[in-house]
Design a protein around this ligand. Structure first.
Ligand SMILES: Cc1cc2nc3c(=O)[nH]c(=O)nc-3n(C[C@H](O)[C@H](O)[C@H](O)COP(=O)(O)OP(=O)(O)OC[C@H]3O[C@@H](n4cnc5c(N)ncnc54)[C@H](O)[C@@H]3O)c2cc1C
Length: 401
């Protein structure tokens, strides 16, 4: 095999699309089915948080009747299926790469059914790989059901009782809202995340982030490598898109608590840091607005008007009693970590992210795709992944000349 692309999500399929255009012989190895992560690791009511028009996959740019809407999961999966049908990528489904090792000057991929040799490999196994559960979770009593967000389906499937959602990125906020609206008591353990107003001057915030160049920021603009782990902005695509953040959740009756710090006997403990998390989100929104303002000034156009709400303060408990507060379920939505243990090459940094330039590693022929901040802020979303795939595919084509 000349080129093996591992993973058939948007990163792998975009790469395959460009390789197909250049008539490069390749195979796409996929552990499940096309778009497996969207099929099996999202909740029932999931819809996109980014508007439909921002789905800019190569050969599958959104062209439907509702560009300003937010596709529900079934429509997104249909979109992936039609995309795959449109160029018929050479996908081998139900084929997990178990390990990737050196093989002379090429690569040996172990599969459930044997091995495969390749001269070039593109690892596109997902931006969100291993859900993270903070230390101390193991001390929760057995009677409390623990779920990762990707295991949650809907409120009715939860066991009776109150629900603690740990982590307040886009997903944590959406789950907290949905479970609260089903009539359950919900505690949201807040972490640090930017929030955004859904629209400014009639344009979706994603439009502003793209137009201003905010999404084109490169990794060297990050304050620290750990900033790659920060969540996407708090907002929602439900009800045709609206705000969803600490203020909104508090107003509707979700109880905000601080960061999860552990379990002490029958009590779940939280830091006294809700105010710090709120201020962090406000400050990061302030950074984004300054970025947009500066871009508008450079273009000689009016900056959007936005009135920052006053600082938000709430009394918060620092512990819950599992029995008295009737805690039945804890949902961990506290981020993800890279999980490339099966890739037997020394190409990872101390946080487990591949060390790469334009997707290319120090190992000739080994590339990555779909990594957070791989080339820019938009590398791992439906809007930006195509641009990276074109760059990676071009390098592969040129290396073969
Ligand atoms: C909850 C959530 C909501 C999101 N919402 C949005 C949104 O609204 N808009 C947006 O633009 N982005 C969104 N994203 C971000 C991003 O678009 C998705 O994470 C997207 O799935 C990333 O695509 P990918 O191809 O990199 O990875 P994936 O879609 O995860 O695809 C990786 C593929 O690799 C396969 N695989 C994994 N390991 C192996 C292996 N060893 N061998 C073979 N195959 C393997 C998997 O089965 C999977 O099919 C969201 C992310 C999350 C987690």
């Amino acid at each position: 095999m000349n080129v093996a692309v591992i993973g058939a999500g948007q990163a792998g399929l975009s790469t395959s699309w460009y390789l197909t255009q250049s008539k490069v012989d390749h195979a796409v190895l996929e552990a499940g089915r096309v778009a497996e992560t969207w099929r099996t690791r999202r909740w029932d009511s999931f819809c996109l948080v980014t508007p439909n028009w921002s789905v800019q996959l190569p050969g599958a740019e959104y062209a439907g009747p509702d560009p300003d809407g937010f596709m529900p999961l079934a429509a997104l999966i249909d979109h992936f299926e039609s995309w795959a049908k449109s160029f018929d990528p050479p996908i081998q489904e139900n084929t997990r790469a178990i390990s990737l090792e050196p093989d002379g000057s090429g690569f040996l991929i172990s599969l459930p059914s044997g091995t495969l040799q390749a001269r070039t490999v593109v690892v596109a196994t997902g931006a969100y790989q291993r859900p993270y559960r903070p230390a101390g979770a193991e001390l929760l009593p057995k009677g409390v059901v623990q779920l990762f967000a990707e295991e949650y389906s809907n409120p009715a499937a939860l066991q009776p009782g109150a629900v603690v959602v740990v982590g307040s990125g886009q997903t944590g906020c959406q789950l907290a809202e949905e479970i609260h609206q089903s009539g359950r008591k919900v505690f949201l353990a807040c972490g640090r995340c930017i929030w955004v107003p859904r629209r400014l001057e009639g344009h979706d915030i994603v439009w502003w982030m793209i137009e201003s160049g905010f999404m084109d920021r490169t990794p060297d603009k990050l304050p620290a490598p750990a900033a790659r782990l920060l969540g996407n902005p708090q907002t929602t695509g439900h009800d045709r898109g609206r705000d969803l953040n600490f203020r909104v959740l508090h107003e509707m009756g979700v109880e905000l608590v601080g960061r999860f710090v552990g379990v002490e006997g029958s009590r779940v403990a939280f830091a006294n840091d809700v105010a710090a998390s709120v201020d962090f989100g406000d400050a990061r929104l302030g950074d984004l607005l300054k970025f947009i303002d500066a871009d508008c000034a450079a273009k000689g156009i009016d900056a959007p008007t936005f009135h920052m709400p006053p600082p938000f303060r709430v009394d918060s408990r620092t512990s819950l009693d599992i029995a008295q507060d009737r805690v039945g379920t804890v949902i961990w939505t506290s981020g993800y970590r890279p999980d490339y243990g099966w890739v037997k090459f020394p190409v990872f940094d101390d946080m487990g992210f591949p060390v790469q330039t334009e997707g290319r590693t120090s190992v000739p022929g080994l590339y990555f795709m779909g990594v957070h901040w791989m080339r820019t802020n938009k590398s791992a979303i439906l809007y930006g992944v195509g641009e990276d795939a074109e760059v990676v595919a071009r390098q592969i084509v040129e290396s073969r000349r």
